[in-house]
Design a protein around this ligand. Structure first.
Ligand SMILES: [Zn+2]
Length: 128
């Protein structure tokens, strides 16, 4: 049983050996980073992966601009896997997908510099 505040996992000997091998070979370099044990090394690796993953998530587009018309912006929502149509109705933006005047899609429309300029020239600004 691991001590309090710790959990143990079971991995194959093959995986263990592979990581342990790398750990042994890079021991002195890792020690400089404050990694002094094999468990510490695995933790460090996992945290590093998470960090990279978060970065990846940040750069993967959740919303994509498909097209911009005079009074309509088509957005692809990669989270919902749907197409959101944001139209200008009576001087306000309206999202056809959410049936709302203020949603992530409308926020995204305002974050597009070229669209923002068009909206600005029409006197449309984001709802406060
Ligand atoms: Zn929406």
């Amino acid at each position: 049983m691991p001590k309090a505040g710790f959990k143990s996992i079971t991995i194959s000997e093959q995986v263990y050996d592979k990581f342990h091998d790398v750990f042994q070979k890079n021991k002195s370099e890792l020690a400089m980073k404050g990694v002094n044990s094999f468990a510490g090394y695995v933790t460090y690796m996992l945290e590093d992966m998470m960090l990279k993953d978060k970065t990846f998530a940040r750069y993967a587009p959740k919303l994509e601009k498909i097209s911009v018309d005079d009074d309509r912006v088509i957005i692809k929502d990669n989270i919902k896997n749907r197409i959101a149509e944001v139209t200008i109705q009576r001087g306000e933006l309206f999202c056809q997908l959410c049936e709302e005047k203020d949603c992530v899609h409308i926020g995204f429309v305002f974050s597009l510099p070229d669209v923002y300029e068009v909206l600005n020239s029409k006197g449309i600004s984001r709802l406060k």
